[in-house]
Design a protein around this ligand. Structure first.
Ligand code: GLU
Length: 491
């Protein structure tokens, strides 16, 4: 039974006291979405419970000597499902991360991977730390020690469990992890595949840094290719051109999403919300300009020359716009503000930004949500490409690029010999064989298109599927179930 408390909520312009059900934990929120999707499927109860619950979680405490003082750290790595191996998911460094959060994120990884046909189980890691408090050397020591603890217990390895960047981690940490792994497993020829999101010079892949953001954009483009969905969200048109967009979080995901939407799709980024305030400009921002300002200004957008500054960035979540993109963290749209959201479409670039309770409110108000399990799957999709590259020990495009160059040039020659003249622009575009980034983007685009088409089809074909999230989760659960079913239960 859920507790019922009285709480102040601002509904529209009126401040009124309404009974709010207590917000459930992140993990419960994910599980409630699971239950809703499960109700549309015919899966034996025991199997459903097995799929839903985390398979195992490892908590570790370890000491690190920093500037002569011993400090203790606590971290987790959780495997939600292992119907496919390795299990996959990022490692988060955050000052408030906890086991519940890590388990919820691991569960989301299972559903995400299944949905986009990335053949991995779901996993996630977390280290309780405020990275802002430590210098580079201390961070390296702490990361290496955490990695060592996980390696020792088989929570890192290209065939078992493959971490990646998440909140508070990036290429730098992945590089330290792979180096630590190699030191402990020197005979593993596939050592580079023990972690993804590495720098390109350390076995990474072109396009991984932008991948989650670009995946969000590919997902949104596909949404706009489906008029029924656009109409459902009370939006117009078949593209993102001129759409007013609010983006919450200008970190790696938010920055790339906003930049691509502005520069390639002609969308208007009217508001950017950050930890220390927000900026609004009805004419839209130049995202690169804002980002550069943020980098030069110790991570703050306060004082940016253009637009209006708002001290309380949450206020701008409630501003009118076509698309609201929460790209920072979980639970930012919850029961206290769901009534006030004026966006027509919410595109979940972060993991779990809309709570289960908030979704019910938003659904009643006709706000459409493109769910995280689908929309932010671009990161793990390109991680999959990186892992394949590491296991095959060859860069994508290396074998076929020049061959395709030559074939394309022959093709151009044949056309021109038949009397047709091609422009230099067309010739240079046709002439080039693909380099790695072309193939990565093409694979990502294809993945995002196919997955959305499956969600869309399920949503519109079945009456009992209430939302895109339910459709997405139902497809994922079904795929995981089929893997386990075909595999059989170990006696
Ligand atoms: N941390 C990212 C996510 O939540 C990426 C995971 C990965 O690449 O394994 O999807």
């Amino acid at each position: 039974m859920l507790d019922v408390v009285l709480s102040e909520a601002k509904i529209g312009e009126i401040n009124m006291t309404v009974p709010l059900e207590k917000e459930v934990s992140f993990l419960e929120s994910v599980n409630l979405s699971f239950d809703k999707a499960l109700a549309t499927l015919d899966i034996p109860e025991g199997m459903a419970q097995y799929i839903k619950n985390v398979n195992n979680v490892y908590q570790v405490r370890f000491p690190v000597k920093i500037k002569g003082k011993i400090e203790n750290f606590v971290g987790w790595r959780s495997v939600h499902s292992d119907h496919k191996l390795p299990a996959k998911g990022g490692i988060r460094f955050a000052p408030n991360v906890n086991q519940n959060e890590v388990e919820a994120l691991a569960a989301l990884m299972s559903y995400k991977c299944a949905l986009v046909d990335v053949p991995f189980g779901g996993s996630k890691g977390g280290l309780l730390i405020d990275p802002k408090k430590y210098d580079r050397d201390a961070m390296e020591k702490i990361t290496r020690r955490f990695a060592f603890e996980l390696i020792q217990k088989d929570y890192i390895g290209s065939g078992v469990n493959v971490p990646a960047p998440d909140m508070g981690t990036g290429q730098r940490e992945m590089s330290w992890i792979v180096s630590t792994y190699t030191a402990h497993q020197p005979k593993d020829i596939n050592y580079l595949g023990c972690v993804t999101g590495k720098p390109v010079s350390q076995g990474g892949i072109q396009g991984r840094v932008e991948a989650t953001g670009r995946g969000v954009v590919f997902g949104l483009r596909e949404f706009f290719r489906h008029p029924e969905g656009v109409k459902l969200a009370n939006l117009k048109g078949d593209s993102l051109e001129g759409k007013k967009i609010i983006i919450q979080g200008l970190g790696n995901v938010g920055y790339h999403t906003a930049k691509i939407l502005e520069e390639e799709d002609g969308a208007k980024i009217v508001a950017i919300l950050e930890w220390d305030g927000a900026i609004y400009d009805d004419n839209g921002f130049n995202v690169e300009e804002v980002f550069r300002y943020k980098v030069e200004n110790k991570g703050s957008i306060k004082g940016f020359a253009k637009g209006k500054f708002f001290k309380n960035s949450a206020e701008l979540l409630e501003q009118e716009c076509d698309i609201l993109i929460p790209a920072a963290m979980e639970g930012v749209i919850n029961q206290t503000n769901a009534h006030c959201i004026k966006a027509k479409l919410i595109a979940e670039a972060a993991n779990g930004p809309v709570t289960f309770k908030a979704e019910t409110i938003l659904h009643e108000r006709g706000v459409v949500i493109i769910p995280d399990v689908y929309l932010n799957a671009g990161g793990v999709t390109v991680s999959y490409f990186e892992w394949i590259k590491n296991l095959s020990h060859i860069r994508f495009g290396r074998m076929q690029r020049r061959y395709e160059d030559n074939q394309n040039n022959l093709f151009i020659k044949a056309i021109e010999q038949s009397g047709e003249k091609l422009s230099e622009d067309i010739k240079s575009k046709i002439g080039n064989g693909p380099v790695e980034i072309d193939l990565v983007r093409s694979g990502l685009d294809d993945t995002m298109r196919i997955a959305f088409q499956q969600i869309h089809e399920r949503y519109w074909a079945e009456k009992n599927i209430a939302s895109y999230r339910v459709a997405a989760m139902a497809i994922s659960i079904e795929k995981i179930y089929n893997s386990y079913r075909i595999m059989g239960i170990y006696p």
